[in-house]
Design a protein around this ligand. Structure first.
Ligand SMILES: NC(=O)c1ccc[n+]([C@@H]2O[C@H](COP(=O)([O-])OP(=O)(O)OC[C@H]3O[C@@H](n4cnc5c(N)ncnc54)[C@H](O)[C@@H]3O)[C@@H](O)[C@H]2O)c1
Length: 252
């Protein structure tokens, strides 16, 4: 089960953190992986790691908020690997600021990277996947996305973007179903990856840990496990849903 041999995957924001973990695990399951992020050099290091482990991958510099960049990189990936089967929309930023101080520029930057970026990549990916009548789009949201009672102080722009991702996922799932493309979201809780490390002080991390039933922060690989499942043939009857990988946070 969960064998991805012969599949081609593209991961955004894959130079470090959870995106890197997703790229490594997809490759371990047999997929050829396009490792994309804003730094070509750091993507190349991830590619080197995949190749050392016997996998196949290539590095691409891509800013997800630029349609020109997205189009050019998707073209290059398809030229190199011949097809695209799996997209992991992982790139994102969290630039904490009190709501009354968020500028129009701050707002646009977060929405452009976190929400517009996921849409641009999903749209472009779907056009390729439709050619084979098979595809998997996995959008990374967050438990801080609305409906489930988790706001983040100083994150009005961030939570708006992450909530938008869930709405977009549900709509794309409906529109792309007839093309053989399943679209789902993953909403991580507190995960030991750069965004959490930069956004929370040690004391805050301790507070999070206390309120999580599993009494610990999650590991990137624990989110990658959900990515692999949703990317696989075995997730054929799952579309339009959000999987919460949060150590039980939302059950409190
Ligand atoms: N760490 C957590 O606790 C947590 C919780 C919930 C959701 N998330 C989400 O998981 C994802 C990964 O987060 P992470 O914790 O690994 O942090 P991270 O900062 O390492 O990951 C984000 C990646 O996106 C890249 N990126 C930023 N702007 C970009 C752009 N314009 N174009 C392309 N790439 C860009 C960054 O370079 C980085 O590699 C993010 O979408 C984040 O919102 C993280």
């Amino acid at each position: 089960m969960f064998d991805l041999t012969g599949k081609v995957a593209l991961v955004t924001g894959a130079r470090r953190g959870m995106g890197k973990s997703h790229a490594l695990v997809l490759a371990r399951q047999g997929a050829k992986v396009a490792v994309t992020d804003i730094s070509q050099e750091e993507c190349q290091l991830v590619v080197d790691e995949i190749k050392t482990a016997g996998g196949e991958a290539a590095a691409f510099k891509m800013d997800v908020s630029s349609k020109a960049d997205v189009d050019a990189v998707f073209d290059a990936v398809i030229k190199q690997f011949g097809r695209l089967d799996i997209l992991v929309n992982n790139a994102g930023i969290f630039a904490p600021k009190p709501a009354l101080e968020i500028t129009e520029e701050d707002w646009d930057k977060t929405i452009n990277i976190n929400l517009k970026g996921e849409f641009l990549c999903a749209q472009r990916a779907a056009k390729e996947m439709a050619k084979n009548n098979w595809g998997r789009i996995i959008n990374i949201s967050s438990i801080a996305s609305g409906q489930v009672g988790v706001g983040i102080e100083w994150g009005a722009h961030y939570t708006a973007s992450k909530g938008g991702i869930i709405g977009m996922t549900e709509t794309l799932a409906i529109e792309l179903a007839s093309l053989g493309i399943n679209v789902n979201a993953i909403a991580p809780g507190a995960i030991d990856a750069p965004m959490l490390q930069s956004g929370a002080e040690t004391e805050e991390l301790k507070k999070y840990t206390e309120r999580i039933p599993l009494k610990r922060i999650g590991k990137p690989e624990e989110v990658s496990a959900a990515v692999i499942f949703l990317a696989s043939e075995e997730a054929s009857y799952i579309t339009g849903t959000t999987i919460y990988v949060d150590g039980g946070w939302l059950s409190q």
